[in-house]
Design a protein around this ligand. Structure first.
Ligand code: 2NL
Length: 396
């Protein structure tokens, strides 16, 4: 231990070197950690060797990190791998941070040298990561652009246009025909008072139609309308004659569903009220209507019938289009097909609506739209009209 005679050990167990290069204590140089107590047993030369070796080791360690990081970054084939490298080398818990933590154990002279190198390595790693990230991102964009290339020459997607429902096709035709003869199209509530649906139409209290078996009642005097006559009653209450209207719409009856029945179906009613309206106006109007709907060659006939709201009443048939009156499967051997009910408005009904039957008269008609549509398109099951089966609907 010659040459180190002046060395002395302080109260804290640290050896102090007098006349050191910078004049500061070795304790300072070594960084003042627990390590120092071990070092305290070393001589000055040994200490310098130790410091030099440690410096070297730290530098080597940093260079190794730099090299490892370079390899890992170069090898990263996607952003995920690159991020893993970032975490491993320059993250808070990364290798570089672990080395920087050990800097506390360095002497004040070593620290700036190792610190500078550490910063250089960190900067280097971060630059490499940023470069690689930009590179990977641009490659990803390039790939995306390549894979998402749009071929503008490919045929476009066809817009599937909806079609008119067969019920609407026929209803629109019926409306057109009546509008052409000067009729208005009117609408009214589907939830209706018993008065407008039955009472005002001269339908007696004990009439089977009023049975709860046949009509959907909501309360004692409110129901789902069973015919659109209620709309015509409301119109007669509101308007003064001359009245020329048709009232198409949904009606309800408590029927079980089968090929010819549905609890919801559609009706078109017509009404004309004016001075001097007679049965011949009724016949003439209906003939014009039928010829417009089924063709000029169509023939009609009237059979006496009974409705409480018309007097006289009739049912109108059209000559079978399939057999021209001969009798076939379509007309069930009759030669004629029943199409609608009609008659002269009952004086009591006019009176109920505040119209004087001594001054005015009128005719009315009612037809079931489903029946007309089924005849027209040769549909044998009414349920097809409500099931929204595209294979069925696309035929019209
Ligand atoms: C049928 C029969 C008919 C009427 C409805 C009516 C309306 C008023 C006054 C008089 Cl406001 N009548 N409507 C007249 C006769 C027959 O319908 O079989 N419908 C499917």
């Amino acid at each position: 231990m010659s040459g180190f005679a002046e060395d002395s050990v302080g109260k804290d167990g640290c050896r102090t070197v007098k006349g050191g290069e910078s004049g500061c204590s070795l304790k300072q140089k070594l960084g003042g950690t627990a390590e120092v107590s071990v070092l305290s047993s070393l001589g000055t030369r040994e200490l310098f060797i130790f410091i030099r070796e440690r410096n070297k080791a730290m530098k080597e360690l940093l260079e190794k990190i730099r090299q490892d990081a370079k390899e890992a970054i170069d090898a990263a084939s996607d952003l995920e791998a690159l991020n893993a490298a970032r975490v491993r080398f320059s993250g808070k818990k990364g290798e570089l941070t672990a080395v920087l933590k050990q800097m506390g154990g360095l002497s004040a002279e070593e620290r700036p040298i190792v610190g500078q190198l550490a910063n250089e390595v960190r900067g280097d790693i971060e630059n490499r990561i940023a470069e690689k990230e930009a590179d990977l991102k641009s490659k990803a964009t390039e790939m995306k652009l390549k894979s998402e290339k749009i071929d503008v020459t490919l045929p476009g997607k066809k817009e599937v246009l909806g079609k008119k429902h067969p019920l609407s096709i026929v209803l629109d035709e019926i409306k057109e025909i009546f509008i052409g003869m000067g009729f208005d199209v009117v609408q009214g509530p589907e939830v209706e008072y018993d008065y407008y649906n039955f009472e005002a139409l001269n339908i007696p209290k004990d009439h089977p139609a009023r049975d709860t078996q046949d009509t959907f009642y909501i309360t004692d005097n409110i129901l789902l309308r069973t015919q659109t006559s209620s709309v015509q009653i409301r119109t007669m209450e509101e308007r003064k004659p001359p009245i020329r209207i048709i009232a198409p719409g949904r009606v309800y009856r408590s029927d079980a569903v089968d090929a010819t029945h549905s609890p919801l179906f559609h009706q078109v009613e017509g009404l004309v009220v004016d001075k001097g309206i007679t049965m011949s106006d009724l016949k003439g109007t209906l003939e014009v209507f039928i010829k417009a709907l089924y063709g000029e060659e169509s023939q009609v006939r009237f059979r006496p019938h009974h409705f409480p709201f018309t007097e006289p009443s009739a049912e109108m048939d059209v000559m079978c289009f399939a057999c021209h009156g001969e009798g076939c499967r379509l007309c069930k051997g009759e030669g004629w097909i029943e199409l609608l009910g009609c008659g002269m408005v009952h004086p009591k009904v006019l009176e109920n609506c505040g119209i004087d039957p001594e001054v005015y008269s009128g005719f009315a008609l009612g037809l079931g739209l489903e029946r007309v549509v089924m005849r027209r398109f040769n549909i044998d099951d009414m349920r097809l009209l409500y099931e929204n089966d595209q294979r069925f609907l696309n035929q019209f």
